[in-house]
Design a protein around this ligand. Sequence first.
Ligand code: ADP
Ligand code: MG
Length: 755
Amino acid sequence: MNKLQYLKNYFGYSTFRRGQEALIDGIISGEDALGIMPTGGGKSLCYQLPAIMLEGTAVVISPLISLMKDQVDSLVESGIEATFINSTLSQGDILERLEGMRNGAYRLVYVAPERLGTAYFTRGLQQCKVSLVAIDEAHCISQWGHDFRPSYQDIPRFLNQFEQRPPVAAFTATATPKVTEEILTLLELRQPVIQKTGFDRPNLFYKVAAPGNKFRYLEQYLSGKEADESGIIYCSTRKTVESVTAKLRDKGYSALGYHGGMDSAVRKSVQEDFMFDRVPLIVATNAFGMGIDKSDVRFVIHYNMPQNMEAYYQEAGRAGRDGLESECVLMYSASDIVSQKMLIENNMTSEDRRRMLNENLQYLINYCHSDNCLRYMITDYFGEAHERTSAGEKCGNCSTCLDESEKRDVTVEAQKILSCIYRTNQRFGMNLIIRVLRGSSEKRVLQFGLDKQTTYGIMKDASPGEIREIIMSLIAEGYLRMTTDTYPVLKLLGPARSVLKGERKITVKVERLKRGKSKEAKKRKHKVKAIGFENVDYDEKLFEKLSGMRGQIASEKGLPSYTVFHNAALLEMSALYPTTEEEFLKIGGVGQKKLENYGGLFMDEVKKHLSAQGIDETVRLEKRKMIEAQIEKAIENAPDDTSASNLSEKPKNEPMSERISTTYSIYKEGHSIKQIAQKRGFTTGTIIKHLVKAHEKELTVDWKLLIDEDKCKCIFEAIEVVGLESLKRIKDLVPEDIDYDAIRIAIEIYKQDSL
Ligand code: ADP
Ligand code: MG
């Protein structure tokens, strides 16, 4: 029989999959082999087929005891003599199987790596002919892999015991160069046949989504599916698994949760319910999957971003093993990125390994932000892209390629950003770069003399959100990177040069730029309200008139006057003279309803006032411009806090300077923030504000003593993602035990020693 006949006869297939034949040929002719193929790529066949063709017994080293039995059962089912030896067996059984092995009763023997060190096993082996040693999940030998097993490092010693070393074949789905390198050197493979292939899965549709409300998105997604379609929803924590499962069941979905904290009997029954189609939906942590060989999983959804591309692809790859159309949806949010970074930060491991983990994570972050073909991104990561697609080509089966939304050429903006980073010597983070580009007069900008830079203020008209989106794209496309230090810094990468030289065009989805802008607008509305127009010149006469009108409307309707408009809104109107609907809508506190009810009246009053004062349209627009500038400035100088508790704290007769110095002297006595707050009858937030003011007046405050270092780092991570503009957005990203006070303090530290 030739190998194709064996293939048909024992496995029922007529053709090989990509990569299989070369590996099998190599092994059969006595060579070593290394097969790197994705989950479901068909690695087992690469050693099982030679095992039945060669004389003797193949030893298969596999890390998963739970899988051995299944694999052996299915081999036996196909008429291939096979067995396993592991700790689930009694001593009697083990001896019996060893005896069988010596008599050549098996074509394959599966063992766990721990078994290799035991004397009776190696003695048993010496008395039989070993046709080949296959090492499954070979990445477990590498410290750089995602699931390092110390016992794998005993394999080389085991291999050296053979008088005549049989061919050694290693298999893995992990494809980073570092891991490959370690597999080759640690296993001492001898000029192996290497096949790295099959990472493209044409039947899988890839999609990335960053929904505002993940659960709603999930629900919508599921509502478009048939009730009996199988799907896995991966979450990053046990808690999320439980809450998503509960919410789905609440909505009437047939879903079960699965995670490592559950009783093993329960886990087993959940797994079986899924395998036997009794339950279509599984919500699980990454504990679910090793050994799930269900071929008709129609979709795999990631509710959170996993730790890297390897992990993502392994999990997503559980969809569509039967070759039918299936979907892989990755949902992510900024907080997923932060929590993954925190996990790495808290990982008790070497600096080198942390860097590697960060790099691997970064690729997945890029995948989430890229406007490239997602299939290209994946196959490129696994070193296969050049064979299939090029960066510009469309695969036609991923969310980027099917996306017909409009793109904008931002090459010029990108050049400005890159040159700003270059000219400031690649020493600053995203937030400061944005400020320099927008010509901010924020303290740190001036402190570092960045206002003297030629790139200072060259993007005055762009919003921070827009610039942020462009920077994120530049990172995603490999023109920039963000360092993983405590203070992440933007650095240029090689390809940035071709952008600066105008050799490469950069485009960003219009929708994405808009998203950046609208976030900005919302934030700004909030802020304008918060600064209370203290520092802005408004038209007092107009204010009087408007508030008179408000009083009239209110009393006619029998309502308190603030329900018509807040003072802040009237102040803003009397500073900005809105006369068009668009302008009126921009006023804080004005929504569609208010516009309909009162817009006409109030704008008429503004117009009347303008003509009475002899202010024509040109002057009006100029005034508006001037006020806008004042507002911008006030926003920049406003404390980074918009929470109500701290805004309403004017009354108290003590002048500000005294309030600050009293607080400061109590601080100097060594009291905690809480204690000071109690003594002074202020909130802790206010005390921190006093200290900030004191610090600005050159009184020393040692902020670092007021906060736990780990918390501080965590907050810095969040700041780099969402900026300094909103405490709330930072709060959303950090663990719950970090409160607003800690964030305020961390912000001070961040601002001071940003280098
Ligand atoms: P891996 O170990 O790479 O994750 P497996 O070896 O478990 O993948 O194979 C995945 C599936 O592909 C199995 O159901 C297997 O029977 C099937 N398979 C392997 N080789 C072929 C082939 N040449 N043709 C068709 N199906 C194959
Ligand atoms: Mg396998």
